[in-house]
Design a binder for this molecule. Structure first.
Ligand SMILES: [Fe+2]
Length: 318
């Protein structure tokens, strides 16, 4: 098990109202010799970030996802956030097949014993590709099928003094491919939404397409694998306490910390390389994130799928 611990703040934890709590200092640990972090029971919690599930009936995928659900229930976090690509895939259309995939995901996700907050990924966009028999006249086109199952593709919720915002990082190009982008309607909503959020509240963004990623630097391949206007989102948050960006899409594990302010965490994947093995050397798994006051730490959880698929004779151990 891998662990990364970050100790970031000297400020006392503030409740959502923006008022400082009269907190009982349960976990006072020093940050580089500075004022101890004050945490409370109320501000300590865990959640799971699980991304790129790519559920489909083939390749033992339901078995692998069920193992991730079982492991999550064993860990018993307060809630689960998914990072998109819930299904594989609906971009090429076929209504019956696509709807069956969302049904399969929804049925299986009922097995989580805690709330699940879903995010949309590129593989979840219905019928957007040229080869799809459906087009934009279909009510489920693009975001439609996802919305029918899960509601709005961008939304926010609060938990124990932290504010969580799930974003829709997908759009469609003129030549009918997906692109990583935060559309302007959403950015207008976000600006308006943040007006009501105290600037001290710690905020977590979830996005499928990364906002920060070293993919192209490491691989020399074209395309940044990031949303083309991520900078606009960062700009909207410049007066707020944006603490962490949770990302999917790459099927790898990446962590970074920019200017003593924003952390980004790309959460591996459940599907690995199309259920055939690791992708980019990252084992199939998910993130467990533990919050203490304004501090957090993360573990990458192996839910046992690699060992299981080796038993099943699928893929190779790297
Ligand atoms: Fe994916």
């Amino acid at each position: 098990m891998e662990q990364k611990k970050e100790s970031l703040t000297r400020r006392k934890f503030l409740i959502k109202s923006g008022l400082a709590t009269a907190a009982t200092p349960l976990i006072p640990f020093s940050v580089r010799g500075e004022e101890p972090l004050i945490a409370t029971d109320e501000s300590s919690f865990e959640f799971v970030f699980m991304t790129d599930i790519h559920i489909k009936p083939e390749m033992n995928a339901p078995k692998g996802f069920q193992m991730a659900i079982d492991k999550t229930n064993e860990l018993n976090p307060d809630f689960v956030i998914t990072g998109g690509d819930l299904v594989y895939d609906v971009m090429r259309g076929d209504y019956e097949k696509s709807d069956a995939l969302f049904k399969l995901y929804t049925q299986m996700a009922k097995g989580f014993k805690m709330p699940v907050y879903n995010c949309i990924g590129n593989h979840d966009l219905f019928g957007i590709y040229e080869e799809s028999p459906e087009d934009e006249t279909h009510p489920d086109y693009k975001y439609g099928m996802w919305q029918r199952y899960f509601g709005e593709t961008y939304y926010a919720f609060d938990h124990k003094g932290w504010h969580f915002i799930t974003l829709n990082s997908l759009d469609v190009t003129d030549n009918k491919r997906y692109k990583g982008s935060f559309h302007q309607d959403q950015l207008a909503w976000l600006r308006n939404h943040l007006n009501a959020i105290d600037t001290k509240i710690p905020i977590v963004i979830t996005t499928h397409i990364p906002m920060l990623c070293t993919f192209s630097q490491l691989n020399g391949k074209e395309g940044t694998r990031t949303a083309n206007n991520a900078f606009e989102v960062f700009d909207i948050f410049k007066e707020h306490n944006l603490k962490l960006v949770l990302q999917g899409h790459i099927h790898w594990k990446e962590y970074g910390f920019v200017n003593d302010r924003v952390h980004f965490l790309t959460g591996g994947s459940i599907a690995g390389n199309g259920w055939k093995g690791r992708r980019h050397n990252t084992k199939e798994g998910f993130m467990k994130i533990k919050v203490n006051g304004e501090d957090f730490s993360w573990d990458y959880i192996d839910h046992g799928w690699e060992a299981e698929r080796m038993k099943l004779g699928v893929g190779v151990q790297e």
